[in-house]
Design a protein around this ligand. Structure first.
Ligand SMILES: CC(C)(COP(=O)(O)OP(=O)(O)OC[C@H]1O[C@@H](n2cnc3c(N)ncnc32)[C@H](O)[C@@H]1OP(=O)(O)O)[C@@H](O)C(=O)NCCC(=O)NCCS
Length: 185
């Protein structure tokens, strides 16, 4: 199947409903690590839940909405990136990401997000891409910063988790702020 190289041993690939068993096995490795930081509907710990997530994204993608892609390191699924929202008529989208702990620290997500943003801005003509993260999620904010996004504001106490309401940071980059395609960087 087609894929986009991220590093010599890493690539960005489609993540579809038929990958449910592999996605469930990956989620089992990632779930405790990602649970505090991602949308709770995305956190699954069963094959049924994994299949439901992939099916939801397949339906959204068929309607030109949200999309999900996997990151493979040495052929093992270790994380992914997604358009959590994609609204072509308004030219706005939102990006999300996750990795299992062993795959952090290699620049995989920054590279993968650049590929998504190249596609959104240069192929699809989108105008604005957002990044939402818990205000205390330093690794996530660091990715947004690396992507050249600006911190636009904070939605106070909008992220309930485990009995506490956390602030949410809103980062964004606009089409005219987006640099040349990744291949020339
Ligand atoms: C957020 C998350 C995906 C970030 O992962 P990450 O590995 O820090 O991000 P990247 O893949 O962009 O890699 C950046 C790291 O690789 C290093 N790196 C190496 N080569 C690099 C390169 N060419 N480009 C960028 N970074 C590179 C960076 O120095 C950085 O490591 P450091 O923080 O130790 O300095 C990860 O922490 C995670 O899954 N967290 C839990 C889920 C989550 O928070 N999701 C986001 C919800 S908003």
């Amino acid at each position: 199947m087609f894929s986009l190289p991220l590093l010599d041993n890493a690539r960005l690939c489609p993540l579809e409903t038929w990958h449910a068993e592999e996605f469930a096995a990956h989620m089992a490795r990632a779930v405790d690590h990602i649970r505090p930081w991602v949308g709770q509907r995305f956190v699954t710990d069963s094959l049924e839940g994994a299949r439901a997530t992939l099916s939801r994204y397949a339906e959204w993608q068929a309607a030109d909405g949200a999309r999900l892609y996997g990151i493979r390191l040495d052929d093992t699924l270790v994380g992914g990136v997604m358009f959590t929202a994609f609204d072509a008529p308004s030219g706005t989208c939102e990006i999300g990401c996750w990795l299992e702990p062993a795959a952090e620290g290699n620049g995989l997500v920054t590279r993968a997000c650049r590929a998504l943003l190249d596609w959104a801005f240069l192929t699809r003509g989108m105008h604005r891409a957002e990044w939402h993260c818990r205000a205390d999620n330093e690794r996530s904010a660091a990715v947004a910063k690396r992507l050249g996004m600006a911190l636009e504001g904070v939605r106070r106490e909008s992220w309930p988790y485990d009995g506490t309401r956390h602030d949410t940071q809103i980062w964004a980059v606009l089409a005219h702020e987006w640099p040349a395609p990744a291949r020339s960087r």
